[in-house]
Design a protein around this ligand. Structure first.
Ligand code: MG
Ligand code: ZN
Length: 477
């Protein structure tokens, strides 16, 4: 078949669907890259690292098709440089060398870009050891936010998770187990690392002691834990005593005008993880559908006409709200700033086989990328890096096929008015009505995009620890 015949054949099919997309497209990358404009070897004054937790290429593509349609593009797609990040971590052992663990969690992966060094699962910016309950060494695990702070730059940390969760903990704390988020958690799980035991304390305490300028997310319950077993003061009290302005809702955040006189901002907008943009829609197994006839479509796994429904988020700011505010506060620093922004619940909803939850969080993350990118385009001195910590489960599959019996699937209508089917098959999802078994992380390399000074260093295939060097304005060896 010649080209015209292909176009004609496809054209008929496209017209029949009613919406339709172009058969071909021209995309001159030489023009897009436009090296004179985008290749900039100077050191960035500011860096913004945006991390989609669990946001592999499958999650990105799904959100693009659902939200923008087949021919649509995300803000992430507008970054001129694109590479890949390899994110294996370490298995615990006696050392000094360690076997690789090809599928890690968010703690050692955050450690990789935060410190330029690898560690084992559950561990936050601290070296590996023989077991989880044997703390490693913090020596040499200095993070990019600590380095930026010590250079006199302003620093910020934003997440839709508990702000003490592994990804935001990566650049702001050093502890053997990610579970030690608040002081009470640390007394139970990391007893030798509490302040009473002469350690650095829980993640929340370390975030306050770190003196980072802007810290925004969920996790108020961790900060409301008591500093000592027999005392009354919480980490929130401790932060206030250290001069932090503490805000708990969108209006409070809007009311923060500046970091006047070194005043720092701590925003804790929910007790736990922040509310997702879209209401859940769980993928389910055939066995579940058969056992639950006539259940509401939001539970039943969707259909060719199902779209995701926005959720009432009350007084919580969006990830874009937090990103915009963080930049506005930090950019006043004449030395520049370093900011990390995490879209956390892409991962959390992927674990739950919640297809709408996952898509909504990916699109919200992409909105935050757009805010960072517009700022960087205006200022020309800001490096923007967009990546993921690890890949995840969701796969787009044939709308006619079904996954294996233990796996689940859901079907949605995209922005093209066309059906898309998503399958989750790394864990058995079971027959529960509103909860499912936790899907697993996966090991495929993840996207790594860049814009701004030295962003070309992100082109190609990289180890996740290489990102540390770029964040610090260094060139690759
Ligand atoms: Mg995370
Ligand atoms: Zn996860």
């Amino acid at each position: 078949m010649n080209r015209k015949a292909v176009a004609a054949a496809l054209g008929v099919a496209v017209l029949a669907t009613g919406a339709g997309v172009a058969v071909g497209a021209s995309n001159d990358r030489d023009q897009t890259l436009n090296f004179a404009k985008n290749l900039n070897p100077t050191k960035p004054k500011n860096v913004i690292l945006l991390v989609g937790d669990g946001m592999g290429d499958s999650e990105v593509t799904l959100a693009r098709y659902y939200g923008k349609g087949a021919a649509g593009r995300l803000n992430m797609d507008r970054l001129p440089f694109r590479g890949s990040s390899i994110h294996y971590v370490l298995r615990p052992g006696p050392g000094p060398t360690y076997q690789p663990n090809y599928v890690g969690d968010s703690a050692p992966t955050a450690t990789a870009w935060s410190t330029g060094k690898r560690t084992q699962d559950g561990r936050v910016s601290q070296g590996p050891s023989s077991a989880d309950n044997v703390p490693g060494s913090n020596e040499g695990y200095r993070t990019y936010l600590e380095i930026a702070r010590d250079k006199g730059k302003a620093t910020g940390n934003v997440s839709t998770a508990e702000i003490t969760d592994a990804t935001p903990a990566g650049p702001s704390a050093h502890i053997s187990q990610r579970a030690c988020q608040g002081p009470a958690d640390a007394r139970t799980t990391c007893p030798t690392e509490t302040k009473a035991a002469g350690g650095l304390g829980s993640i929340a305490e370390q975030q306050v002691d770190g003196g980072f300028d802007v810290t925004l997310g969920g996790g108020r319950s961790r900060y409301e834990q008591k500093l000592t077993a027999d005392g009354t003061d919480t980490v929130v009290d401790y932060a206030k005593a250290k001069g932090y302005t503490v805000v708990t809702d969108k209006d409070g955040l809007n009311g923060v005008g500046s970091l006047n006189g070194g005043k720092k901002v701590l925003g804790l907008f929910t007790g736990g993880n922040m509310t997702t943009e879209y209401a859940p829609l769980f993928a389910r197994t055939d066995a579940y559908y058969a056992a639950n006839p006539g259940r509401d479509v939001q539970v039943q796994g969707g259909s060719e006409t199902t779209t995701c429904q926005p959720q009432n988020r009350g007084s919580e700011p969006s990830l874009s709200d937090m990103t915009r505010k963080a930049i506005a506060l930090l950019e006043k620093d004449p030395q520049g700033f370093a900011l990390q922004v995490e879209g956390a619940s892409i991962d959390k909803r992927d674990h739950a086989a919640d297809v709408c939850g996952q898509i909504g969080e990916t699109l919200a993350f992409d909105d935050a990328v757009g805010i960072a990118l517009e700022y960087a385009k205006r200022k020309k001195n800001t490096l923007v890096i967009v990546t993921a910590d690890h890949s995840h489960t969701s796969q787009m599959t044939y709308t006619t096929g079904k996954p294996a019996s233990g796996a689940s699937y859901a079907t949605l209508k995209t922005a093209d008015d066309a059906p898309i089917r998503v399958s989750y098959g790394t864990a058995d999802t079971g027959l529960g009505a509103t909860t499912s078994g936790s899907q697993h992380h996966t090991g495929a390399q993840v996207p790594l995009w860049g814009f701004g000074p030295q962003a070309a260093n992100l082109q190609g295939t990289h180890d996740q620890t290489d990102i540390f060097g770029v964040l610090n304005g260094l060139r690759f060896p």
